[in-house]
Design a protein around this ligand. Sequence first.
Ligand SMILES: [Zn+2]
Length: 141
Amino acid sequence: MSDAAECIFCKIVSGELSCQKVYEDDKVLGILDIYPFAKGHCQIIPKRHVQWFYDMEDEEIAHLARVAKLVANKIKKAFNPDFVCSFVRGKRIPHVHIILFPIFEGDMLDRFFGALDLVQLFPGEIAKLAPGSVARKIRDA
Ligand SMILES: [Zn+2]
């Protein structure tokens, strides 16, 4: 279990560390990443310390997702990228953060995610995984 006392995002929420806010309400904070992938790269974080999104209360994660959608639309309006990419982490900084960043076709991030296509499994390999049993295993878990 991660420790809120040592958490960078909790220190930002408490005001101990400074940030560039793009959104704030009583439950959620949206900030610019200090080591951005691109101009407009933001982190959407709950004010409560929790490491993994699947450990959040249903309404808490729903609200976090609503704020991420709102800020993604603001990034789209501010920078007019082709789209805004998003994923959720809790690993490097052990506090849920929805990462949002604009992507322009052919930019570094677009090429990075395009490169991931090269490591995806090919149909022959997928068949070896027996996808029916994989789906059943997840459904039945
Ligand atoms: Zn935290």
